[in-house]
Design a protein around this ligand. Structure first.
Ligand code: ATP
Ligand code: MG
Length: 420
């Protein structure tokens, strides 16, 4: 029969990659705790409308990347492609806007986008997502970037660039739209088909195109950054000042836009050349209109998402095994009777006691222990029981000790002798 495999772009995460995932999550939780962020878990499945309204119906994500389906009840549902929309929904649903002046939250988990799978780009991938609601001041923009730097520092990631830009507010964007359309009209012949559509519907999106020729055209275009309104300009300048105070180095990239419509003012992206084509592994920005547009009171917001798969690719190999393990080779019924007490005593001390489930010869058990990479073995047979000992043998055969038969005492002695 044909074997069933994972869906295209979906993966099992195992072994060292999974260990790195867990390390990233643990380090991040630590930083979030110190900085006063609360963790929340969000549903993976939401009403399609949530994403269409928040992300924007002319974005790549909504136009062509969502896993959307109709359920048995006839409702249109979508597997979340990102976390901010759900965060905003939850913030409003839980009434947090009425309960606290400022809300700092984070979540982690799988996201789904129907993209062409390649290295660093999957249909199911994982994000760590951080959001702050209720703070207009650019101090928090800088604080988040500082937080990212601390987090990467602790993970030992050093080679990366932080690019920042401002995408302005509705006022700046409306007055700039005409300028942009006029420019791109003169270069229409060089744009890809997607960008021709973007030109009609949402010309700023052209900056997000990955097509080389379009990138060349946008290089000559006027930048929104140069036509920001007074308020947005001030915000950006203050932000830069705070960034300096935090001592983080960032580069202003006037081309930088984000693939979601809800961003306003500050946007940023963290990239690494070590990642190949999919360079960005953290991205975020401010979204001061989103909570209002989602039916809540006007509330500022800012956040970022870490692409965990891409970040994990940048981590150095994790140093040595920390697992404490030992093999228990036993022969005969009496010895087998000692297995469960020994197992319980070792688990209580955080030691993984390995053994053969079936009764096997000593020789075969020793081979098995070797295959499992155990450096030493506890041996128990009728002779040992008679003598009232458990033998501890080093796999190289150089040293041998006698441990007490009592399970607790034996494990205690084992730990002492082997520095487990
Ligand atoms: P890209 O330009 O690579 O498509 P994006 O702008 O669509 O990224 P965001 O929506 O900003 O990405 O998501 C934040 C981060 O999540 C990205 O920087 C990236 O690290 C990660 N990410 C996004 N899409 C994928 C994917 N399909 N597979 C793996 N990681 C992804
Ligand atoms: Mg994308």
């Amino acid at each position: 029969m044909e074997k069933i495999r994972t869906l295209r772009g979906f993966r099992d995460i195992v072994g060292e990659e999974l260990e790195k995932f867990r390390r990233v999550e643990a380090v991040f939780r630590g930083h979030c705790g110190i900085l006063g962020f609360r963790e929340i878990e969000l549903p993976v499945l939401e009403k399609t409308e949530l994403f269409v309204r928040s992300i924007g119906d002319t974005t790549d994500i909504v136009e062509k990347e969502m896993f959307t389906f109709t359920d048995i009840g006839g409702d249109s549902l979508t597997m979340r492609p990102e976390a901010t929309a759900g965060m905003v929904r939850s913030y409003l649903q839980e009434g947090l806007h009425a309960k606290e002046r400022m809300t700092k939250v984070f979540t982690m988990g799988p996201m789904f986008r129907h993209e062409r799978p390649q290295k660093g780009r999957y249909r199911e991938f994982h994000q760590i997502d951080v959001e702050v609601f209720g703070v207009k001041e650019p101090l928090v923009d800088a604080e988040l970037i500082w937080m990212i730097r601390m987090f990467l520092g602790e993970l030992g990631v050093e080679k990366y660039r932080i690019e920042v830009n401002s995408v302005g507010c509705k006022t700046c964007r409306e007055s700039f739209r005409g300028v942009l359309v006029d420019f791109f009209e003169t270069r229409k012949g060089e744009l890809c088909e997607d960008c021709l559509r973007r030109l009609e519907r949402n010309p700023l999106r052209i900056f997000d195109c990955k097509n080389e020729q379009c990138i060349r055209v946008t290089g000559d275009s006027p930048f929104l950054f140069d036509s920001l309104c007074g308020e947005c300009r001030d915000h950006f300048e203050l932000f830069q000042g705070y960034i300096e105070d935090f001592g983080v180095s960032v580069e202003t990239n006037k081309r930088l836009v984000r693939g979601l419509d809800y961003y306003t003012k500050t946007v940023f992206e963290v990239t690494s050349d070590d990642l190949g084509a999919q360079k960005a592994f953290i991205a975020g920005g401010r979204y001061d209109n989103l909570v209002g547009e989602m039916g809540g009171p006007a509330t500022a917001g800012i956040g970022f998402a870490v692409g965990v798969e891409r970040l994990v690719m940048l981590l150095a190999p994790l140093s040595g095994k920390t697992e404490k393990r030992c093999f228990f080779a036993h022969v005969g019924d009496q010895a087998r009777g000692r297995l469960i007490p020994l197992l319980k005593a070792s688990a209580a001390r955080g030691i993984n006691l390995l053994y053969s489930y079936e009764a096997k010869s000593l020789k075969s058990q020793m081979r098995y222990a070797d295959n499992l990479g155990c450096g030493f073995v506890l041996i128990l047979g009728d002779d040992e029981i008679q003598k009232g000992v458990i033998v501890l043998r080093d796999m190289t055969g150089k040293t041998q000790h006698e441990l007490p038969l009592d399970p607790e005492k034996a494990i205690e002695e084992l730990e002492r002798l082997n520095g487990l």
